[in-house]
Design a protein around this ligand. Sequence first.
Ligand code: AMP
Ligand code: GLY
Length: 420
Amino acid sequence: MKVGIIGSGGREHAICHSLKKSNKIDKIFCFPGNAGTSDLAENVDINFENFENLKNFIIKKQIDLIIVGPEKPLVEGIVDYLKKFKIKVFGPNKIASKLEGSKIFTKQLCKKFNIPTAKFGIFETKSEAKIFIKEMNYPTVVKADNLAAGKGVYICNNKLEAEIAIDEIFNGKFGKAKNILIEEFLYGEEMSFFTIHDGKNFKNFGTAQDHKRVLEGDKGKNTGGMGAYSPSRLIDDTLEKKIIDKIIKPTLNGLSENGTKFCGFLYTGLMIVENEPFLIEYNVRMGDPECQTILPKLKTDLLDIFEASCDGTLDKINIEWIDKKSICVVVCSNGYPEKYETNIEIKGLDKVIQNENNLLFHAGTIKKNDIVYANGGRVLNFVSLANDFVSAKKNISYSLETLNWSKGFFRKDIGYKVIN
Ligand code: AMP
Ligand code: GLY
């Protein structure tokens, strides 16, 4: 079989690495992939936002299955588009992707189906929003409605900060804003809960906790994710049942009332407040870097799981996991998430020990004449699996010392809640 993966991050390298273990796959194409995927697959330098060019390539090369990694093409309807040409594709359709593409769509669904979430207001103008924030308790949360690569959320400590957030969003910092969302700040601990869906059935796909802030102690600017560990320390059978019964099942009912079904990965971003789950956000894909901590623990053939999701037969498959803890530490270019340099050589990658428990997934890298260069903000993902988090973290520290890349930085405290 030939498989194509859309995306270029650590998540897509991890997907590529897992798929490579399947003996049913002859060839993998990555659109466009990175230096890491180029060792496992053929990287294709094609702009996947041009659906037509992508479709022509898929048909020409007779690719049997397409996996969509990132949210943007999903929200723009790549699944609906490719399916029109009878191309098999793993991921949710355009309507279901509104769960991530529009925070307001999700909030309205929560309201209608009594899904626990922070109290909120939706406003169409600056003036309405500014009247509302006069009455709020602080901190309060101001959110852009549309996709903003994790940056359209402001935690505001006072009225002035909230006014600035409202102005920035309505002035178009994250694209044209028709609405704004203002919500109550929830005090609790975050958790990422993953499920995989086939339109009728769904199965759990692990839990994780990521570290979104750039600085140690969870301080500083929000990023795409500086590291993660799996499983989350909060999960147990009681909490899992609450998440499924109070959040996921009503969401699927809500989608069905909107005339659609969910296929693909669903990433439920939660705040756990005194053992009760509250929905913070949905993402319609795997998390990055959460994916890098979850997939290496998968025992079942990932291709079989993707095919079952496309064919509506997930109920027939038993998803098995290695019972280990895992951690991922992300190495970023100096300056990230603000300005950083690109085209910087990374030496010494061949010295880093890699085996089934110690993995190195690339993100913003590119290979030219066998030399690897950093060309993105998040560059490398060091992952380790062990019987306990302390050992996993030690293995990663050893790999990071071996690499000793002076042009990059990483958070030394990833996993501090499960290690100290
Ligand atoms: P989102 O993009 O909606 O996941 O928000 C980004 C981050 O902002 C989340 O991961 C949380 O850390 C934080 N956040 C968002 N909404 C809230 C809330 N209502 N209360 C507390 N923190 C929040
Ligand atoms: N790790 C956060 C995300 O993938 O959105």
